[in-house]
Design a protein around this ligand. Structure first.
Ligand SMILES: *Cc1c(COP(=O)(O)O)cnc(C)c1O
Length: 667
């Protein structure tokens, strides 16, 4: 995993959040140091620890009770206490893990994006308009797409399909007059003809030619149907994205036509009397573009291609700049992969100004601008809430003193433990490590009992604990002690599957902000990582957002089994749901749509998560058949008297009831 290290900061951001405070004013954090235990911890300390202002404004904040609050309409008023909301939902039998979608946040994102383009259009006196589309692949859930169409209607906001099934969604749901239906992805004759025929429903489908063969297919469809399509062409730009999706552009990109292919397509369309159908130029240089300079370059190149297509006789009207508008997951406003060094307004300004420049240069009418921003629209609206089931930590309680007749290794370890001082802690660590290894070697050869080995390991961890306490106060930590904190850190067991709820954390090392949603007026004295419910050792969260790069451990509160501990994962509304899988048969989580009302909030929709019966069905098990097999086995056990009738009744009852339950644990 390679993270870019040069991180430049951008200008002040009027539309989204604020610049980070002067970095030099911040308290220096000793490398790996646990926070000093104090009892005057404030919510400001929590804001700083979890960087909520950086990534959360204007939607997420912390209130005086130490709870996370949600202001779904951003700075335009109305906020909810997330903990009270979760508890209210639990009382309605919605168990954790629970995905909460805030419809108002979705509306706010759409309005913000349109406002940024309006502002840029006014500022640069751009003689054209903006008509955005939402790429359905980013989140295809029906309730969300319905809301998008509804909230987007005042802006004639449209949809983008990247596949045949997504086209089916788009054609049926998008009924806003004048809104665009951008048809991307691999196409067959059926795809193209369906899109063309939908023109006669008063819709505006634009078929974007992404492969050279699609030119012939579009011509054939026109000849068959006699209806002229609106066509676009996707260009393989030379300006490459960087980072994860950098290969979305360039000659080796999966989609798009090279310049020779574009020129050939123009000739073919002219011969088929379809050159007036070619109206749109599209490019997409990848998702989560962290660096604005990449976008500037792409706009410049694409604007020139647009102008040249006009000169070749195409009836150009639209320039579609694709996706890529980033989300600041870590709130650092840098060109780090989890961040971006520009804001939405900067982005809109660059698109508008860049296209205008080329049109002025070539004395062309300015096109309608389209962006296909998915991540930037859908990420903020959903929050995943999960609870902690338990923790595991190395036992560091003070061991009993060694006695004279104990094994020499144990006496040595004890002596080391007793003699640890700030001056000798590095040496003490090496001694303790050596003695512990000796104990294990001796055990392997049969010279040390299990009880003695356990005692040696306990004293060793007690040494580590003492050393770590000293090290955490040092300004610079010796290299060989840096790993100590991680080795001693707690594991918090989380009631979720990352494969289902945050697959990108596993697949592409994505980091999402994760934090407790309560107890934020109490110092998080622990540092730990999270392990999920799956029995896969990759099922964990051990990379967290930080001021710089990432951190391996998250500040957490001491867990007590009889007090619920709720954590939230934020900004995960894009891509996660559909990419989530059924690893270990953990199914879809419960999901609710919440809308702000003058009285508080309304639950618009509830989508119950999968039951065990449902996930078993996905892998072709038939539940009555499973129950019958269990019944037959209990009959046999009853015959042989290995089971009583009451036991068999209890077992079958548990078995049958479980099948109708949620796949996650109930606490
Ligand atoms: C994935 C995709 C998008 C969405 O990109 P975001 O970075 O999420 O905005 C837009 N257009 C195309 C063609 C895509 O493949």
């Amino acid at each position: 995993m390679v993270y870019q290290l040069d991180r430049s900061t951008s200008q002040t951001d009027a539309t989204e959040g604020k610049l980070p405070d002067n970095l030099s004013d911040l308290p220096a954090k000793a490398n790996g140091a646990a926070p000093e235990a104090t009892n005057n911890w404030t919510i400001e300390d929590s804001e700083e620890t979890y960087r909520i202002k950086g990534w959360g404004e204007p939607y997420f904040a912390i209130n005086a009770n130490g709870h996370v609050t949600v202001s779904p309409k951003g700075d335009r008023g109305g906020s909810l206490d997330l903990v009270e909301l979760v508890q209210g939902l639990q009382k309605r039998n919605l168990q954790l893990p629970l995905l909460i979608r805030f419809s108002d946040i979705l509306a706010d994102r759409i309005e913000r994006l349109n406002a940024c383009f309006s502002k840029a259009i006014a500022r640069y006196i751009y003689e054209g308009r903006y008509k955005g589309v939402f790429p359905v692949k980013c989140n295809q859930q029906r309730h969300l797409v319905e809301k998008l169409v509804e909230f987007g209607a005042p802006f004639q906001f449209g949809l983008e399909a990247g596949s045949k099934p997504e086209l089916m969604i788009g054609l049926a749901l998008l009924d806003t007059p004048g809104a665009l239906m951008i048809c991307n992805g691999y196409k067959d004759q059926g795809y193209i003809e369906t899109a063309i025929l939908a023109r006669n429903l008063g819709k505006t489908p634009i078929i974007v030619l992404e492969q050279a063969e699609e030119v012939d297919m579009a011509i054939a469809a026109y000849q068959k149907l006699g209806i002229k399509p609106i066509l676009g062409v996707r260009a393989k730009l030379n300006s490459r994205g960087v980072g994860r999706w950098g290969t979305s552009a360039g000659d080796r990109a999966k989609f798009g036509l090279t310049m020779p292919e574009i020129v050939a397509a123009v000739d073919k369309l002219r011969d088929a009397d379809l050159l007036d159908s070619l109206q749109l130029l599209h490019f997409h240089i990848g998702s989560q573009i962290s660096d604005i300079s990449v976008i500037k370059d792409a706009i410049q190149e694409a604007s020139q291609i647009y102008a040249q297509l006009s000169k070749l006789g195409a009836a150009m009207q639209y320039l579609d700049v694709g996706g890529g508008l980033g989300v600041d997951y870590d709130g650092t406003k840098t060109n780090f992969s989890a961040s971006k060094n520009y804001n939405m307004q900067n982005y809109a300004n660059d698109v508008v100004a860049g296209v205008k420049d080329a049109c002025v240069q070539h004395k062309l009418a300015m096109p309608t601008l389209i962006s296909e921003s998915g991540r930037a629209i859908a990420s903020h609206q959903s929050v995943l809430i999960f609870d902690i089931l338990g923790t595991s930590e190395v036992a560091t309680t003070s061991p009993e003193p060694a006695v004279d007749d104990e094994d020499l290794i144990i006496r040595n370890l004890w002596e080391t433990y007793e003699s640890i001082t700030p001056e000798n802690c590095q040496e003490a660590y090496h001694d303790a490590f050596k003695f512990k290894e000796d104990a294990i070697s001796a055990f392997r050869l049969g010279y040390v009992s299990l009880v003695d080995r356990a005692r040696a390991e306990r004293i060793y961890w007690a040494c580590c604990d003492r050393i770590q306490t000293i090290v955490s106060k040092l300004d610079s930590v010796p290299d060989d002690l840096v790993e100590l904190e991680a080795a001693m850190s707690a594991i918090y067991y989380a009631n979720l599957s990352i494969f289902q709820s945050a697959p990108d954390t596993w697949g592409i090392d994505q980091v999402f902000p994760v934090m407790p949603i309560h107890r934020l007026n109490e110092e998080p004295t622990k540092r730990g990582s999270l392990a999920d419910l799956t029995c896969d050792s990759d099922g964990k969260l051990d990379k967290f957002i930080d001021r710089k790069d990432i951190k391996r451990l998250l500040e957490l509160h001491p867990f007590s089994p009889n007090q619920p501990y709720y954590l939230g994962m934020f900004l995960n509304g894009a891509y996660q749901e559909i990419m989530g899988n059924l690893h270990n048969l953990f199914g879809d989580t419960n999901m609710v749509h919440i809308q702000l009302t003058p009285q508080g909030y309304a639950i618009e929709n509830v989508v119950k998560g999968d039951t065990m019966e449902e996930v078993l069905g996905y892998v072709q098990y038939n539940v009555p058949d499973l129950v019958e097999r269990m019944r037959q086995q209990t009959e046999v056990a009853l015959q042989t008297k290995e089971m009583t009738i009451e036991e068999s009744q209890q077992l079958l009852q548990n078995y049958e009831q479980s099948l109708g339950h949620y796949t996650y644990l109930s606490v």
